[in-house]
Design a protein around this ligand. Sequence first.
Ligand code: ADP
Ligand code: MG
Length: 262
Amino acid sequence: MGYENIHETMKDLNLEGMESVLDAEMQRWEKDEDVLGLIERLLKAQKQANDEKKYNSRLKYSGLPFSKKIEDFDFTFQPSIDKKQIKELETLRFMYEKENIIFLGPPGVGKTHLAVGIGMKAIEEGKKVYFINSIKLIEKMKQAFSSMTYERLLRFYKSLDLLIIDELGYLPLDIQGAKLLFELVESKYEHSSIIVTSNRSFNEWNKIFTDEVIASAVLDRLVHHSTIINIRGKSYRLKEKQKTGLIGVKISEEKEGVVYDK
Ligand code: ADP
Ligand code: MG
């Protein structure tokens, strides 16, 4: 097989990772070096390319709204957060234990950032992650319910290693929405993990759900095996805007010390 043919065949076999380093590796290869050394380097290049491709497709599929990691989070700005606790969550032990995480707190304190950071870590570890805003989630479930695709959608959510439901409680849920959410939470209970972010405290959840019985059933399943991170502090968004002079509001005017009960 001629030189060009080798390149073409590698491409045909989807071995682009190997093909892209072939020339450089051939040049690097000393005649007295064991040929296994060359083969190993080519295989490693291919393996790396495959892993990258898989990572990128998992990341795209996850629907994460931005790419921010835990290491991009400024813990000094948010002293109510225990950095050690977040680092422990980043080990993903909670996923292994099929536990949940609930981030509570006012707007701008980093709930979504931390959820995304943990999600990105899970993607790096090869996990199937899916991020969705709670309003969109309920809409999708209602649509699926009326078009007979509900069971399939529920199976999909159940199959995820980590489902991130963002901004729960931003708008109230009607009875059907609350029941659908209950079924979802119930299907993942002790099976796979959920992260929820919410700017409502637990005793406000009755108001979100309109039905007290469903509210406590959802809370019960979510909270049973979970870590609750209660963030009390200032909005990072306001800090950023203040820095750029976009607003004249003093950060200290923000509501502070709101107790987001466990
Ligand atoms: P929330 O979900 O609580 O409303 P976000 O997580 O969306 O807040 O945070 C708002 C913005 O501020 C995001 O761009 C986020 O990355 C950033 N942010 C929030 N808190 C911090 C922090 N402590 N360090 C760095 N960036 C932060
Ligand atoms: Mg948010």
